[in-house]
Write a protein that binds this ligand. Structure first.
Ligand SMILES: [Zn+2]
Length: 53
């Protein structure tokens, strides 16, 4: 499965947390993130800055 936060594959020995995504119509209702702290890659924040106003 893919981590919704950093967009990296979550390995079975890393563990994950389940995130319920309430409000998204197109988004998957259940997403997974690394149990350890992970950050979104820099290009992600760059993209969201470009997409936002
Ligand atoms: Zn992650």
């Amino acid at each position: 499965m893919i981590c919704a936060r950093c967009d990296q594959p979550i390995l079975s020995d890393e563990g994950y947390d389940t995130v319920i995504n309430h409000g998204g119509s197109g988004a998957k209702p259940t997403q997974y993130v690394h149990k350890r702290y992970c950050q979104a890659p820099p290009r992600q924040s760059y993209l969201s800055r470009r997409l936002g106003r």
